[in-house]
Write a protein that binds this ligand. Structure first.
Ligand code: TRP
Length: 463
């Protein structure tokens, strides 16, 4: 497992995918379709090292009801396990069981520009609301809300995650985590942190709620997932708002959230058949019953497991503690390294020039970072020691061929050709283009940096 990918071989193995769920509520059907189900599907793809955690420190920022935080942590963990998360394959844990996270939060806080946090959407929204209300700009804003992005950066960076699946509203936080990581790497002169990337699943449906708006706790329009049993799910479905067309009258499936929800659970043929029936005059009451049955056939087995886990919290506890132990096997050594880097280590004293030396070393540490495109292809970037993109590879069909291309680049480090191609430069091995530089770079200097980085990486690999 890569702790950080400074060598070409590191990411031939695993891509670490990590995401957190704030423990202030109970998962509903929209969470299942929009986040849980796609995340579990992603974790089953080969070559993925999945980390899922209950962001219970984050919950304290918006919730001061201990019973609610406590119940939500259990319910969310039980939901993920019931929905098919295999704790032997993926790592599931609570944020608050990882003391390295708050510790890293402080180290990151000290390199984070206050101005960066001023620009965070959630904080800005609070300030704007205060301005509109004629209040003091920071009225009701805790330092916790302000620091939210730094805690989130620590969640990600403590495990050197490559990919962070999130909703669109969280993308800014991932960009901040990258910024903070880059800044720390630069100041302390080494590639301590992988620069994480947000993964926003474009195809995943946003489920409408009972009233047709996005399903969300804040609109009070949700359909329960497991909590309350089949009865609660069914009762909510019966409350989906429909138009007043009678049985026998043709319905417009595309104007109905009932149909959209059905589609999120059914195969295309089933969906097409349901559309025909609605257009043919199926009554809304009957349609709701069909929707419930369709959903229930997917959820019923999971619901049983959920009920079992909620009744046996000790089983969930054991899984979470094992997950925390596994997660800490990565975070503990990383934090030891970081403490040492900033001068808080217990080992041998650093010489006064230690930091400078570190910087010089970093100047040689370029690296490859591989990732998966939305279209399913695999690419890698060659990054300079500062994290700047030197070149972006073409797309490969699978991670193995992408890895081979990196090996070829390193093997041919002093025989590669760098030639102009339109506005950019093409990096070629044996006449075939492997990667392109960004546009607008100084051709001579860029070619020189690429050659130097590859030579350094090739030397590092040999040595
Ligand atoms: N802020 C995220 C949300 O509200 C939850 C979260 C906390 C998270 N830490 C994270 C998500 C780290 C991804 C990675 O949705």
């Amino acid at each position: 497992m890569p702790v950080h990918s400074t060598t070409a071989t590191a990411y031939l193995n695993d891509m670490r995918v990590l995401t957190g769920i704030t423990t202030s509520g109970i998962p509903h059907l929209g969470n299942y379709v929009g986040a849980i189900r796609p995340a579990l599907a992603a974790s089953r793809r080969g070559g993925v090292d999945a980390f899922y955690f209950m962001a219970d420190y984050h919950a304290l920022i918006k919730c001061d009801d201990p019973a609610r935080v406590q119940h939500s942590r259990l319910a969310i963990a039980a939901t993920w396990l019931a929905a098919g998360l295999d704790p032997d394959k993926a790592t599931i844990y609570r944020q608050s069981d990882i003391p390295e996270i708050p510790e890293l939060t402080w180290l990151l806080t000290c390199v984070t520009a206050k101005g960066l946090l001023n620009r965070a959407h959630a904080y800005k929204a609070a300030v704007d609301a205060n301005a509109t209300a004629g209040e003091d700009p920071d009225a009701g804003v805790t330092a916790g809300l302000y620091m939210y992005p730094v805690l989130m950066a620590a969640d990600i960076l403590a495990f050197n995650a490559h990919k962070v699946p999130v909703g669109r509203d969280q993308v800014q936080h991932i960009e901040m985590a990258r910024d903070i990581a880059q800044r720390f790497n630069h100041i302390y002169g080494s590639d301590f942190f992988v620069l994480p990337e947000a993964a926003v699943e474009e195809q995943v449906a946003t489920l409408p709620g009972l009233d047709g708006r996005k399903m969300s706790k804040s609109y009070d329009n949700t359909i329960p997932l497991f909590e309350g049993g089949a009865r609660a799910t069914r009762a909510a479905i019966m409350r989906i708002v429909t138009d007043s067309r009678e049985p026998g009258e043709p319905k417009d499936p595309d104007a109905s959230s009932l149909f959209t929800i059905f589609r999120a659970f059914a195969a295309p043929e089933e969906t097409a058949a349901f559309r025909d029936e609605l257009e043919g005059g199926l009554g809304w009451g009957e349609a709701k019953q069909r929707l419930f049955e369709r959903i229930d056939s997917e959820l019923a087995p999971m619901r049983d497991r959920y009920a079992h886990l909620m009744a046996h919290p000790d089983e969930v506890e054991a899984i979470l503690m094992a997950g925390a132990a596994r997660a800490r096997r990565i975070a503990t050594p990383l934090l030891a390294q970081l403490r040492d880097a900033v001068g808080l280590g217990h080992g041998k004293a650093r010489s006064a020039g230690g930091r400078k030396k570190g910087r010089k070393k970093a100047a040689r540490q370029a690296r490859f970072v591989s990732f998966r495109e939305k279209d399913g292809s695999f690419r890698f970037r060659l990054l300079s020691a500062d994290g700047e993109e030197l070149a972006l590879s073409r797309g490969f069909d699978d991670p193995r061929t992408s890895g081979e291309a990196i090996r070829d680049l390193l093997a041919a480090a002093d025989a590669i050709e760098i030639v102009p191609e339109g506005e950019v430069l093409a990096v070629q091995v044996a006449g075939a283009t492997v990667a392109l530089t960004p546009s607008g770079v100084d051709a001579g200097a860029q070619a020189e940096r690429i050659r130097a980085s590859l030579a350094a990486l090739a030397a590092e690999k040999e040595g």
